[in-house]
Design a protein. Sequence first.
Length: 177
Amino acid sequence: MNCVNHPDKPAVAVCADCGCGLCHECSHKYGIYICDRCVSARNSEINERESTRKREIVAREKRCVNAFFALLLVMGFYTINYINSLHLTLLNPADGGWFGAIVYAVFFPCLPWGWRTISDLTSKIHIKHTWFIGGPLLLFYWLYKAIFSIMIGPFVTPSKMKRALKIIRESKETNNF
Ligand SMILES: [Zn+2]
Ligand SMILES: [Zn+2]
């Protein structure tokens, strides 16, 4: 067998992927025995996986941004109704109803970002939902996660949102789509 690139030279090795012959010079090109064609095939596979991963990250950020604005819209209308129904006025903030109004208008819409923060934290310490498998327990887990998400939401939203918008903007600039 001769080298795939140099038909006049004898092969001293074979490509790890396709098994074609490689001469002395060609066998030392990449650190492993592999031909040019298979190197570019491996590289394009890596690039493909990398851009898929990037697309998933951007899609995740977009989902969160969309959920935030959807909740903001819905809860905005709900809050206006709520305030009207309680006959609250800006001059009468002592009325306990204002606490509810703030929760509806500010804390609820930030839920997706709180949820994301908890998901990221729990994935780092390897807590999986499977720990809680058995329907009702899983529901409790989600319920408590939602409550915590609402509690921390407004505090994590500015930084998380800023980061998400940056990621989305960069993905548009590099034309990953
Ligand atoms: Zn090959
Ligand atoms: Zn060669």
